[in-house]
Design a protein around this ligand. Structure first.
Ligand SMILES: Cc1cc2nc3c(=O)[nH]c(=O)nc-3n(C[C@H](O)[C@H](O)[C@H](O)COP(=O)(O)OP(=O)(O)OC[C@H]3O[C@@H](n4cnc5c(N)ncnc54)[C@H](O)[C@@H]3O)c2cc1C
Length: 463
């Protein structure tokens, strides 16, 4: 029986070697391995994996095409719902989504849906279903602010419908968190992200970098002076949070965003670039999400002894299970149920350590996770020379503050309905700018929904 086949293991770089380089950790499946893994799928009549996928990719259908060795059809099926299969196959939290719902997972190991999606995306037969030559322009212009997954997905869907689309990006490279946040060893920039962005460009989407919406251009100037009939805001949530504890201004304290941007976008780890970075001898990373895992594994690769400090227990770690597993294999130390109370400095204003307190878990809070409570008198110090704060991010208020009538929440998130419509007519928004820090697939899904809504809005005006 098909489900008696054990899950096909995926080849990875040796942990001791990869902890010293920035090359991709996981090699992925080759065609033979992918076809064997695909053959484990039971092709359920009511596929729970599809329901559990935020964009409802027809998973058993693409997998059944793979069983037949027809990668091209598998890619076309995925392309109906996802424009970033190589990215999502690598970074989606599959264990809580599609694979978490796989029936094989009840008694054994679920189908490796993420690795299969990655294989299909990487094979890219026929450019994952994009049709750059068959597009008929419809004469309407839409502006997209931000080139992360939400902006790219919105722009590519609109371009396929015939819209003239221009993306305005604040940084000097397109891709959002995919290029400035997630490290090369998890998501290769040129080979994977660059190729997905090239495909968006091949659809005719223009990307202008180094343009800060809210400063260089505004939503009003785009609509009133430059003739854009609608604007999609996909500006993400790039504003880092700090704890507000003593010592956060010392030399050697970074936000994870700054640390990762230097390492990734500005290639600080590459000797051919002169971007400075300092990971120290011992780096303490505060937090337990994907961002914390990326920062700690980057610090380790830059030569530091690297430690995670997290106030809850391992069970509550929000990071993807695979990242936690990889971090442990690479020799990262995890100090659970530990919370910083003060960063300690030396006479030169540099970090010399961090004072922490032990925690225990109480009743569940509004997030459903048991809330951490300080154990009185349990303070202790960890000696270190770098502290990296990975405590979450919020949307930057710049665009909202420069746009009249754009409603935001107390946390700075743009208020939008499920189709991305905001309180300003013709202005749509999606991704982290609306939800706060979330996931690539949700951002991509929001961009696609907004593209459909923008099309509906512009067509309705035409009538
Ligand atoms: C380090 C890190 C690791 C992560 N790991 C994972 C993971 O493993 N799996 C997962 O699913 N998710 C992960 N995430 C979350 C995921 O990357 C985000 O949810 C997703 O990228 C959000 O997409 P977005 O398009 O909304 O915003 P972003 O990707 O943030 O893109 C927004 C873009 O808008 C630009 N911008 C901002 N302001 C302006 C402006 N005023 N004018 C013009 N442009 C502007 C930004 O420069 C950026 O390029 C991670 C996030 C980080 C930071």
């Amino acid at each position: 029986m098909a489900n008696k086949i054990p899950r096909v293991p995926v080849r990875e770089q040796d942990p001791a070697v990869r902890a010293t380089n920035f090359e991709e950790v996981c090699y992925g499946y080759d065609k033979e391995e992918a076809m064997l893994e695909a053959s484990r799928c039971l092709n359920c009549k009511k596929p729970r994996c599809v329901e559990a996928c935020p964009v409802n990719i027809r998973i058993p259908d693409f997998i059944s095409r793979l069983v037949a060795g027809d990668v091209e059809s598998a890619a076309a099926i995925i392309a109906e719902d996802s424009s970033l299969p190589s990215v999502c196959g690598r970074v989606c939290p599959q264990e809580t989504q599609c694979e978490g719902a796989c029936i094989l997972g009840i008694k054994g190991e679920p189908v490796a849906i993420g690795k299969l999606e990655r294989f299909v995306g990487d094979s890219k037969p026929g450019g994952s279903g994009t049709v750059p030559n068959g597009i008929v322009r419809n004469g309407h212009k839409v502006a997209v602010i931000g080139s992360g997954p939400s902006g790219l997905a919105c722009a590519s869907d609109l371009a396929k419908m015939g819209y003239e689309v221009k993306i305005f990006e604040a940084l000097h490279e397109a891709g959002g968190v995919l290029v400035y946040g997630i490290p090369e060893f998890r998501l290769p920039k040129k080979a994977v992200v660059g190729r997905e962005i090239d495909e968006v460009r091949r659809l005719g989407v223009e990307i202008e970098t180094d343009v800060i919406a809210g400063r260089t251009v505004t939503v009003d100037s785009l609509m009133d002076d430059e003739g854009y009939e609608a604007v999609f805001i996909g500006s993400g949530a790039g504003l880092p949070r700090f704890m507000g504890i003593d010592g956060e201004n010392l030399n050697g304290v970074f936000s994870a965003n700054e640390f990762l941007t230097r390492a990734n976008l500005m290639r600080a780890y590459d000797e051919h670039y002169d971007t400075p970075i300092y990971a120290g001898r011992k780096a303490v990373i505060v937090g337990g999400g994907n961002v914390a895992m990326d920062a700690v594994r980057t610090a380790k690769r830059l030569g530091a002894e690297a430690v995670i400090v997290y106030r809850r227990s391992e069970k509550e770690l929000p990071a993807r299970a695979e990242e936690v597993h990889h971090a442990k294999e690479e020799g990262i130390e995890f100090r659970m149920l530990t919370n910083p109370v003060r960063i300690l400095g030396d006479e030169n204003g540099r970090v010399r350590g961090i004072e922490c307190v032990e925690m225990e878990l109480g009743e569940p809070d509004e997030s459903g996770r048991r809330s951490p409570i300080e154990k009185e008198g349990s303070n202790f110090e960890i000696e270190c020379d770098v502290v990296i704060m990975a405590l979450g991010t919020s949307p930057n208020p710049l665009i909202a503050s420069a746009t009249d009538g754009l409603e935001t929440t107390r946390r700075g998130c743009i208020v939008a309905d499920e189709y991305g419509a905001t309180s300003r007519e013709g202005v749509f928004a999606g991704g982290d700018a609306v939800t706060g820090a979330a996931t690539v697939i949700l951002a991509m899904g929001a961009g696609r929904k907004a593209a459909a809504a923008i099309d509906g809005y512009i067509r309705a005006k035409e009538r």
